[in-house]
Design a protein around this ligand. Structure first.
Ligand SMILES: [Zn+2]
Length: 469
């Protein structure tokens, strides 16, 4: 999916205005009819499966030409249904839940799920570029693949395959609808991969992000990474969630910090207090130093330290000292799962700020390079936004973005820009005035790297100039 690359999903899409014109027999109301029309149209466009009464009398060739009429826009969906004497019937679309996306996502989705039977003699095949590939599998196999961390999927998809894997029993739809999230209660805790639960918390962070991801990692032994919210209601929600896990028998090993920024540590002391005060907080030594007087760090984590978490499956997190965004930034890698907790070095929404002297572009590029060489990568768990299901493409994109910036900035200096402000004015004229100060910090970080590389010089007054020859 474009929205969540690397994720597995069911066919579907956004409603068209024209969906409201489609008549649907036996629909409870107009809204339901419109959503069923949307589902039927998307299913036909994406997989070539037409769930309509009367479609059984069409030959394969006729069905193909109907589809061609639709995708080439010779006919609208409502038009072709009328033309071929086909009717949609709500009884063919069993309602299986309505889910909304969690608050961290820049695009909010409010999605209805339906279960339909594939009509006889129709063969689904992937027809849209919106999907990279697709195929038939049993629900049980799909669920097992998710449990083995071979595929990523969003919570309603995981719920659906888990429900279907339980068998096509009489209580199938009760099981589909038996969770509050199937009735538009936003999912707070998102288990993207087994043992990696993301709990987004509202924080005062950098737009467009509005939340910071706190992670609960482990299937029995538990780590809580970056409880960052300074807001009492969010702290209470997180404490409630963690206590729930402890009541289920999990054991909290410690609270771990990726780095010191306020939106990642704002709730550490509150969580420690709410859990009885006896919880260890661990971070890199450099992070601990910057937090003196605000957060008590009890244990230092070094590069290559291993954190073993008992459970089923057992997890083995390798700590990586990955400076760039801050000097003491830590990442955590679980090789068997292919899971990498990237903190603010790579995020699922927005961009990464490199702000000197904590931020350093050269270190940052080295960190991205180190990520790139990890042997198995299924998912990146960043500090903000959804998990990234196409890790290598994302890392490449980040590197390319940095190198392009560097070229733009060097070109601006060669054209006469001598300060970060002049460089921003020349290279990033479209920056919003409110973001200008941040942009200048980011440019300074690049200028410092170019200076280290010997491509620009800085005079006693602090003006930068391109080195010639
Ligand atoms: Zn940060």
């Amino acid at each position: 999916m474009a929205f969540m690359p690397g994720f597995y999903a069911f066919p579907g899409g956004q409603r068209d205005e024209a969906d409201a014109q489609v008549e649907v027999d036996n629909a409870a109301d107009r809204e339901t009819a419109t959503m069923i029309a949307c589902a039927a149209r998307e299913l036909f466009e994406e997989l070539g499966v037409l769930v309509a009464r009367g479609a059984e009398s069409l030959t394969k060739g006729q069905l193909a030409s109907v589809l061609d009429d639709l995708t080439s826009a010779r006919m609208t969906f409502v038009g072709l249904l009328a033309h071929y004497g086909l009717r949609l019937d709500a009884r063919d679309f069993r309602f299986a839940g309505r889910w909304v996306t969690p608050p961290f996502s820049p695009r909010r989705f409010d999605t209805l799920f339906f279960v339909v039977r594939c009509p006889r003699k129709q063969e689904p095949r992937v027809l849209t570029a919106e999907f990279e590939s697709g195929g038939w599998t049993t629900a049980r196999e799909a669920f097992e693949r998710w449990r083995r961390a071979e595929v990523m999927a969003a919570p309603p998809v995981v719920h659906a395959v888990r429900t279907l894997a339980g068998g096509l029993t009489d209580d199938l739809f009760e099981r589909f609808l038996g969770v509050p999230h199937a009735h538009r209660r936003p999912v707070r805790a998102i288990e993207f991969l087994p043992g990696f639960v993301c709990f987004p918390l509202r924080t005062p962070t950098k737009p467009p992000a509005t939340t910071t991801n706190c992670y609960a990692v482990g299937t029995r032994d538990l780590l809580v990474i970056d409880p960052g919210s300074p807001y009492e209601d969010e702290q209470a929600a997180l404490a409630g969630f963690v206590k729930g896990l402890l009541n289920e028998g999990r054991l909290l090993r410690e609270i771990v910090l990726t780095h010191q920024h306020p939106d990642h540590v704002g709730g550490v002391e509150a969580l420690r207090e709410q859990l009885g005060g006896n919880i260890t907080v661990a971070a890199h030594r450099l992070t601990a130093e910057t937090l003196k007087g605000q957060v008590r760090v009890d244990r230092f984590i070094e590069d290559e330290d291993l954190i073993e978490l008992d459970g089923e499956p057992r997890l083995r997190l390798r700590a990586m000292h990955t400076p760039g965004h801050t000097r003491g930034h830590l990442s955590f890698y679980e090789e068997r799962m292919g899971a990498l907790v990237t903190g603010d070095n790579i995020v699922g929404v927005g961009s990464v700020l490199i702000d000197p002297p904590e931020g350093n572009v050269r270190d940052y590029l080295a960190t991205l390079e180190r990520y790139r060489h990890l042997p198995r990568l299924v998912a990146l768990f960043g500090g903000h936004g959804p998990a990234v299901g196409s890790p290598r493409a994302k890392i490449d994109e980040y590197v390319a973005h940095r190198l392009k910036r560097e070229r733009d900035i060097l070109a601006a200096v060669r054209a006469g820009a001598g300060t970060p402000a002049e460089t921003v004015a020349r290279a990033y004229a479209d920056v919003h005035p409110r973001m200008r100060a941040l942009a200048e910090r980011a440019v300074l970080a690049h200028l410092e790297k170019l200076e280290e590389d010997g491509l620009v010089t800085r005079d006693a007054g602090g003006r930068f100039a391109a080195r010639h020859g």
